[in-house]
Design a protein around this ligand. Structure first.
Ligand SMILES: [Cu+2]
Length: 601
């Protein structure tokens, strides 16, 4: 069976589902201890697939909506049953997601947050411009909310659009503590719609988040059940010749990486949810045929990038990260962790599936748009699982297989260091040689390149029009300074996958000092992703302009998903003083060190 799947795909792509036979073969190649662990984890995987039997369709408007300028939120723990097993979720006002908060631009809002947990908690207002003390990051902007305590947030609302909020304490975000934040603009919206729904994505696990992190620390590919097998090697060899296939394998081996490293935590551990509902529960949103519906998509997952489409419906993207963009019609979009997109659809008299595949195709979230309760639409098949490429290794656009295969990581890094050393002209430039010798770094992008016009891993040539970052164009013109009006601060996004250490410039948070910026300075962050994974990088306290070539219409964002091997930049004015968090929004990457304090003073 599995060989049919491999033949059906390209030689570089693997089949849709790994067969039991392939899993067994892989098992034999592993040492015994690891194999036993794998079997235990497969139990969890099959529970995920069995979940379809328990599901009940939920029809409703989604999370409760609280409207006004005063909100009372209570944080607690409740038992939930997503997969057939009962687990504790951390919830806001008794629900997962928490209530959607609906505010008005220009109001000053008061939010009382009472902690009924046995541990400290916090709420962070993601993408919201506010005084530093209201930002909700324990240890940075306040001490956190202790058990039994009520903390009052109060801030003027200076923007509009779709945002979200979540805990910034421990792993509470992973266990359910998130919700939507919607701000109505003072002026009329530049688009019209008859009905709206919040659509939040999340990744639920029955495992304790601490266990997940320690599993990843012990074995970074713990949840990667899609590693390439002997069977796929034989297929590659048939297609490309034994020599090329072997060389390819040796290269990946040299780099101590696997081209199947797409996500650290996969559908083996996760059930992917929409508004708290599993695919089996199939959350359903109702509409009248011909209505224009605004969908506020929010990726509130801890670790999962989703590729979203509604087969049969064009998607008109009207806002990204809360800010209006010139409408762009697509068939699919990728939403990185913590990003939001507002999309308008006009369904006819039929049911439609909202289909959101995890980037590694290990599972999907699913919901339904329907004119009447109980209707469903077909579930499309999952796309083939993707593999990383040479561009993802930062090897540039050329075909460098031969050269790269003959190069060890040390050689590659030395070469990269030589190339970069000759162009480095900035005081903030990290010394490349220090990265090459750094135990926290297992790869460096030799030729980091702009990838803003690429849809991303797994979305190339799928026959659909996929949104790319270079499509995003701010609806309103806003002035940005000339190239040299900004001070460049360069960050290498680095990691050592084997050790599951992540950081900036080869340093974990615990090893690095703060980034210091003068109040009023105009700043450009240049991000160079030296790792093989996407990192959704988020800056607190500021909305930045992504430099995607749109002139005075650069899109405004709070989170940018940086592709492997990519170099991109954004600019912002450091107009609000304080200690601001700057981090990768993949929860376990942040936990593992990909976090910096930015001090604006
Ligand atoms: Cu990351």
């Amino acid at each position: 069976m599995h060989s049919i799947a491999y033949i059906a795909g390209k030689c570089t792509r693997a089949g849709r589902q790994e067969s039991l036979h392939a899993r067994e073969q892989r098992g034999h190649s592993l040492n015994r201890r690891r194999f036993v662990k794998g079997v235990a984890a497969f139990g969890a995987a099959s529970a995920f697939w069995r979940a379809t039997a328990w599901g009940q369709t939920t029809t409703g408007a989604g999370p409760a909506i609280l409207t006004g300028d005063r909100f009372d939120l209570t944080i607690g723990s409740i038992p939930v049953n997503i997969t057939g097993r009962t687990r504790a979720a951390t919830v806001i006002n008794g629900s997962m997601p928490g209530p959607s908060l609906s505010m008005r631009e220009g109001d000053t809002v008061t939010i009382n947050v009472t902690n009924r947990l046995r541990e400290p908690t916090s709420l962070h207002w993601h993408g919201i411009l506010l005084p530093n003390g209201m930002d909700g990051v324990p240890g940075l902007t306040f001490r956190g909310i202790m058990p039994g305590e009520t903390f009052t947030y109060r801030f003027p609302v200076r923007q509009s659009g779709t945002y979200w909020y979540h805990s910034h304490s421990g792993d509470q975000e992973q266990t359910g503590m998130f919700g939507a934040l919607m701000i109505a603009p003072r002026d009329k919206e530049p688009y019209t719609y008859d009905r709206e729904y919040v659509v939040t994505f999340s990744d639920w696990t029955d495992e304790d988040p601490m266990t997940i992190l320690s599993n990843l620390k012990q074995q970074s590919d713990y949840y990667d059940y899609q590693q390439r097998t002997l069977a796929s090697f034989i297929q590659d060899a048939k297609a490309a010749g034994a020599g090329a296939a072997l060389q390819d394998r040796l290269m990946w081996g040299e780099m101590r990486m696997s081209p199947t490293d797409i996500m650290d935590v996969t559908g083996a551990a996760y059930t992917f949810l929409i508004n708290g509902n599993s695919p089996a529960a199939n959350w359903t949103a109702l509409f009248k045929p011909g209505e224009k519906i605004r969908l506020r998509f929010i990726n509130s997952a801890a670790m999962t990038t989703f590729d979203v489409r509604i087969p049969g419906l064009p998607l008109t993207v009207v806002a990204a990260d809360g800010s209006d963009v010139a409408p762009v019609v697509v068939g699919e979009f990728r939403i990185g962790v913590a990003e939001t997109y507002d999309v308008i659809v006009t369904p006819r008299d039929a049911a439609f599936t909202i289909f959101a595949q995890a980037e590694d195709r290990s599972g999907y979230a699913r919901a339904t748009l329907a004119p009447r309760p109980g209707m469903t639409a077909a579930l499309p098949p999952m796309d083939p699982r993707p593999l990383r490429t040479m561009q993802d290794m930062g090897m540039g656009a050329g075909h460098m297989h031969g050269a790269a295969a003959a190069m060890t990581p040390k050689m590659a890094m030395a070469m990269a260091a030589a190339m970069m050393g000759s162009t480095a002209n900035n005081a903030d430039q990290v010394n490349p040689m220090s990265l090459a010798d750094n135990i926290n770094v297992d790869n460096m992008a030799m030729q980091p390149m702009s990838r803003l016009d690429e849809p991303g891993t797994g979305l190339e040539d799928n026959g659909r029009r996929v949104l790319v970052y270079s499509d995003l164009k701010s609806l309103k013109a806003h002035p940005v300074g000339g190239l040299n009006e900004y001070r460049d601060i360069i960050f290498h996004l680095t990691g050592n996958m084997q050790r599951f250490v992540w950081g900036f410039d080869g340093k974990k948070f615990s090893e690095a000092g703060p980034v210091r910026i003068k109040l009023g300075e105009r700043i450009r962050f240049v991000l160079i992703n030296d790792t093989m994974m996407e990192h959704p990088v988020h800056l607190h306290g500021f909305i930045f302009s992504l430099e995607n070539g749109q002139g005075d219409r650069l899109p405004l964002k709070h989170t940018v998903n940086v592709k492997p091997g990519e170099r991109l930049s954004f600019v912002f004015d450091a107009d609000t003083p304080g200690h601001w968090a700057f981090h990768c929004h993949l929860l376990y990457h942040m936990d593992a060190g990909m976090f910096r304090t930015v001090i604006v003073a």
